[in-house]
Ligand binder design. Structure first.
Ligand code: PAF
Length: 281
């Protein structure tokens, strides 16, 4: 598709950014756009004068032998989905544009990147933080939009932004869900029909812990047990972790205070799904 807004080089992206004065919002994505991304795009469109969407399947955040090669790449479809939002700039670089052969500088966020996803996916957040810092430097947005579904990613990016004094506001959009509760994710396309039927067990497990919290349960161990008990009712669900953690530090909580981040990673067949609820009293 010949598209004036689509640019693939850093020089073109910078030139386009410079042409338009006013507040810029950016929605960083790896493509395979779904309604979750589009809700961020819609919000960014409403809150800024100009809007950039990045589409880049970032190899640095995938483990060797992970799903990098089979990750869905649907640029034509993504551009069509973005059409109604009058995006000012779609930046879809090739790998070598972002990681030239002599590339050797990475951003390593420390403590908050270590538990949960960080423990299960070593190097993942180093890749995320590096590419997001590069995208911020290239596009110089005033605001950047991320989904709450990747709660730890949001925490890592917020930490990096504070630590490196990056002049960008991080805006977090609510998780978008299918009618049966399954959180929207580009990886949902991997689910075979029977797995797709099993996948809302994550949502139901989160609901069970949320209901217990709302009934006054304040013991973190009991909330983790409630999530596990629900997940165990689904034979296809293989639990990697369940967590009831302090949303500021991601440290596991025993005695809960005013807020808790419930989160989990669960394999349904070969597909790894994550989900979370952020609960506040
Ligand atoms: O959430 C994602 O899609 C990616 O991790 C991000 C933020 C675009 C960085 O590659």
């Amino acid at each position: 598709m010949a598209d004036q807004r689509l640019v693939t080089t850093i020089a073109q992206a910078r030139a386009r950014r410079k042409q338009l004065d006013g507040a810029w919002g950016v929605v960083p994505t790896m493509g395979a756009l779904h309604a979750g991304h589009l809700s961020l795009v819609e919000r960014a469109r409403a809150e800024n004068d100009h809007l950039a969407v990045t589409i880049f399947v970032n190899p640095a955040q995938f483990a060797a032998g992970g799903d990098l090669d089979k990750y869905p790449r649907t640029l034509e479809r993504d551009l069509a989905l973005l059409e109604p939002y009058a995006v000012d700039l779609v930046f879809a670089p090739a790998n070598a544009e972002i990681y030239p052969p002599d590339f050797q500088t990475y951003v390593n966020v420390e403590k908050i990147a270590q538990p949960l996803e960080g423990a299960m996916r070593p190097g993942h957040f180093r890749g995320v933080a590096t590419v997001v810092a590069k995208l911020f430097n290239i596009l110089q947005p005033d605001r950047a939009y991320f989904g709450q579904k990747d709660a730890q990613q949001v925490a890592v990016i917020q930490q990096m932004t504070r630590d490196l004094n990056l002049p960008v506001e991080i805006v977090v959009g609510a998780t978008q869900r299918e009618p049966d509760g399954l959180a929207l994710s580009s990886r949902n396309v991997y689910l075979a029909p029977a797995e797709r039927q099993a996948a809302p067990i994550l949502y139901r497990a989160l609901c069970a812990a949320r209901d217990a919290f709302q009934r006054g349960e304040r013991d973190g161990a009991n909330l983790r047990a409630a999530m596990r008990a629900t997940l165990q009712t689904e034979p296809r669900a293989e639990v990697e972790y369940v967590s009831a953690a302090d949303p500021r530090t991601l440290a596991e909580l025993d005695a809960l205070q005013d807020e808790v981040l419930l989160s989990m990673a669960v394999r349904i067949g070969a597909t790894r799904l994550i989900d979370n609820f952020l609960l506040r009293e």
